[in-house]
Design a protein around this ligand. Structure first.
Ligand code: ADP
Ligand code: MG
Length: 606
């Protein structure tokens, strides 16, 4: 129902797009062309900043790079390469290649930066590229390159606004479609996972740097195509439109429209271009003097929109419509086709019953002068449930982080399935069968329950960026989503597949994290306080699930405060206090152990 309504809307929109140039004046066609070119680059900002969480002020510089390389290749005299005037596709290909190469180099230099340094880095190279355009005499300095030939495709000359219009908007729609496809795929989930934090993403097996680089290169590539179109539309390039101020404009467009959605990118660029055009005429007339008043209005507009609608205009309108027409907050993300016979994903080699899966040997972890873990040892075998308990501050989470690869011990060894894994990245640990949940739930709240779970199966799929964008990943994706659905049904979340994860109760979110971990087909499952926030019935179901996993041969290590939950469930308990092991044994013995009683009665439990 929602889908058909959406299809009708998209169909109507397409029809309008096709008819517009036949009905409007040259002036409006020029405006629409500008909107299209802006939209193309803004889609890149949506992907890079809104979806992947990397703020970039440098998008305009990449548009400039695309425009300048095109101009240099097809222009009258630069580098004597004007011969490419008749080869627009070659110019596009070469221009893209150069833009992507520059993006690769800049990405290698900046993407490892964290926090504020990344946006600052983008400002730095945005300024450098802009200066480069203006300084190089061979690129015409500040006057730029003029007299570019029109675009010729298959004998047709695209020399005027209307003919460029179809090329520009065709490119925008194609780009939007490809990115839409990508985002709803294995690689897309990896890119979206970046916003859930590095720790979560790598624990799911995502190669964080690779995912960042993919988003960065796609954003730069879109800017490059926009620049190519720009050179042919304007038939003139100069440095001015590609300065850092323009880089900020692209961010504004995305923010105003809705930075997390492709629609937001389209809406934002339309509104900014149209408003700017009208305000430029209207404000000086109203105020009786000339000046850049529209910039002030835009500044205020951005502040107001950010305050009132952090999801931009698209977010505001969709919430309004959802309320007005009473939509359930369902996502239209892909669901596994019920009728399709998908093969089950291959499983990893099973552990043998009783195999020593985890062997922690005398690990020590210091934070400055504080010894958070002091000579801690524990062993865990396949088909066993072990709980680590202890008062608050005892060092349980630190131990958990040492085992899961988030921290490296200062001394001692962590042996996982016979291999020493000190300092091995969480991604590689995930690959060899270690899955975990987080004490503070780390889900992607806007993503569906199904997609969140499917993220856990990341390493069990293989299709990359291109296959996903072109929707050639149907079988791979079907298998992943099917696995996710099965694990969700197994943990009792089968009725919530299409709901945004953020709409679940906290207890259900914890269960969802377990389903996500199970999607990786683990042989060691680390659960950080899995019962926190669960109701009695939910705890019983969780205990049942953990027992079932044990019977299947999974080794389960859990950190937990809920004693009733632990005592009735686990095979063995390790008790920590002040970073050390003070007791180890079966639940009955632990409950009677004097050292444990002292620690719990003497210390303050959470
Ligand atoms: P638990 O999980 O048992 O409550 P933690 O492992 O979180 O205990 O903490 C053990 C001790 O190490 C505490 O004193 C805590 O303040 C300290 N600690 C934990 N993580 C860090 C860190 N990243 N930097 C400095 N001190 C830390
Ligand atoms: Mg803790």
């Amino acid at each position: 129902m929602i889908l058909t309504r959406q299809r009708i809307l998209i169909g109507a929109g397409l029809l309008v797009l096709i008819l517009v140039p036949l009905l409007s004046s040259a002036f409006y066609i020029t405006l629409l062309n500008n909107i299209g070119m802006y939209a193309l680059a803004t889609l890149g900002v949506v992907l890079l900043t809104g979806v992947a969480g990397m703020t970039s002020f440098g998008q305009a510089a990449f548009v400039g790079l695309g425009a300048y390389t095109t101009a240099a290749l097809i222009g009258p005299s630069v580098f004597g390469l004007g011969a490419m005037a008749g080869a627009p596709w070659l110019a596009l290909g070469l221009g893209l290649l150069i833009t992507l190469f520059a993006a690769l180099v800049l990405g290698l230099l900046t993407l490892k930066l964290s926090g504020h340094y990344l946006p600052l880095g983008t400002i730095a190279w945005g300024m450098s590229l802009y200066s480069l355009f203006g300084t190089l005499e061979s690129l015409g300095g500040h006057t730029g390159i003029a007299d570019l030939p029109p675009l010729r495709i298959a004998g047709f000359v695209l020399g005027d606004g209307p003919s460029m219009y179809y090329l520009i908007w065709g490119s925008v729609l194609l780009a939007a479609l490809l990115i839409h496809n990508l985002l709803e795929s294995r690689m897309g989930r990896a890119i979206r996972a970046l916003r859930g934090g590095q720790e979560m993403a790598t624990s799911m097996g995502v190669n964080v740097f690779h995912a960042k680089m993919v988003a960065f290169l796609i954003a730069a590539g879109l800017a490059g195509v926009s620049g190519w179109l720009y050179a042919y539309t304007q038939r003139f390039v100069s440095p001015a439109p590609f300065n850092v101020q323009s880089g900020i404009d692209y961010l504004f467009m995305a923010l105003l429209g809705g930075i997390t959605s492709l629609w937001g990118g389209l809406i934002g660029s339309s509104i900014v271009v149209l408003l700017r055009e009208w305000l430029q005429d209207l404000l000086p007339m109203l105020l009786g003097r000339s000046g850049n008043f529209e910039s002030i209005v835009f500044g205020l507009l951005i502040v107001v929109v950010m305050q009132r609608w952090p999801g931009g205009l698209f977010g505001a309108v969709s919430t309004l419509l959802a309320r007005r027409f009473n939509f359930a907050p369902q996502s239209q993300a892909r669901l596994p086709d019920a009728g399709l016979a998908v093969r089950a994903l291959p499983r990893r080699e099973r552990t043998t019953p009783g195999e020593r899966v985890l062997d922690v040997r005398g690990v020590t972890k210091r934070f400055g002068g504080l010894v958070a873990n002091n000579d801690m040892s524990l062993q865990l075998s396949a088909g066993e449930i072990l709980a680590v308990i202890g008062p608050n501050g005892a060092g349980k989470s630190t131990l958990f982080n040492l085992i899961s690869g988030v921290m490296t011990p200062n001394g001692g060894d962590v042996i996982f399935r016979g291999h020493r894994v000190n300092g091995v990245s969480p991604r590689l640990l995930a690959q060899s069968g270690l899955s975990r949940t987080f004490q503070h739930v780390k889900l992607l709240p806007e993503m569906t329950v199904l997609e969140n779970a499917a993220l856990g199966a990341h390493l069990r799929g293989h299709k990359g960026v291109l296959a996903s964008a072109l929707r050639l990943d149907g079988e791979d994706e079907g298998c992943l989503l099917n696995e996710a659905r099965q694990q969700l049904e197994r943990v009792g979340l089968g009725d919530y597949l299409a709901r945004p994860a953020g709409s679940l109760a906290l207890g259900q979110q914890r269960i969802l994290e377990i389903a996500r971990a199970l999607c990786a087909d683990p042989c060691l499952l680390l659960l950080d306080e899995p019962a926190a926030g669960l109701r009695h019935k939910e705890k019983e179901a969780l205990a049942e699930l953990i027992r079932k996993l044990r019977d299947e041969g999974v080794a389960v290590l859990l950190v937990e405060h809920d004693m009733d939950f632990v005592m009735g469930l686990v095979d063995r308990i390790v008790v920590m206090e002040f970073g050390q092991k003070i007791a180890e044994g079966q639940p009955d013995d632990i409950q009677r152990n004097p050292a444990v009683l002292r620690a719990y009665l003497g210390g303050v439990d959470e």
